[in-house]
Design a protein around this ligand. Structure first.
Ligand code: PNS
Length: 159
């Protein structure tokens, strides 16, 4: 059984993430979306909120599991017997950080490989932080995130 992990903060999930999820899930038997709990960044959404949004927007994709994790990604990978990490590459600016992450993970756990999927051009500019910023100024984010995520962002910023 080929199991892969797609890790990230998903704060919140965007159409760019969903694009990667659909394409990666078609390549493996099981795709585990790993939602980082202990990020150095202070997330807008709690880990439970981020997991629930991911559940909602991936409904109907059968071979997906959503789990939160703490600590090192490779320890999480070992615990779920995954040997592939999936990451999306949007632009050259992502590359240096992603290369460092992939090489460090490989050095610590040689049985792991990172599979980079190039983000579809229409989403190449998209990031959760940009979505949060636009939403905080009450801007239109309907092109960037599903309706249910838009609603959750509105609830956050209307408080
Ligand atoms: O969506 P993000 O914030 O770009 O995802 C980053 C993530 C979760 C992949 C990365 O921060 C991570 O793997 N964190 C877990 C801690 C870890 O393993 N760090 C060592 C990597 S060199």
């Amino acid at each position: 059984m080929r199991t892969a992990i797609y890790p990230g903060s998903f704060d919140p999930v965007t159409f760019g993430h969903i694009d990667i999820i659909k394409r990666a899930s078609a390549m493996v038997d099981k795709l585990i979306i790993g939602v980082l709990r202990n990020s150095a960044k202070t997330p807008l959404f709690s880990v439970e909120e981020r997991v629930n949004m991911l559940r909602e927007v991936t409904e109907g994709i059968d071979n997906i599991e959503i789990q939160s994790f703490d600590g090192l990604l490779i320890d999480f990978a070992k615990s779920v017997d995954a040997h592939i990490i999936v990451r999306g590459l949007r632009a050259v600016t992502d590359f240096e950080y992603e290369l460092q992450l992939a090489q460090t993970n490989k050095a610590v756990y040689p049985d792991i490989d990172t599979l980079f999927l190039v983000t579809s051009v229409v989403y190449s500019y998209l990031s959760s932080s940009v979505v949060r910023e636009i939403a905080s100024y009450n801007g239109d984010i309907s092109k960037f995130v599903p309706e249910c995520v838009t609603e959750k962002l509105k609830e956050k910023f209307d408080k």
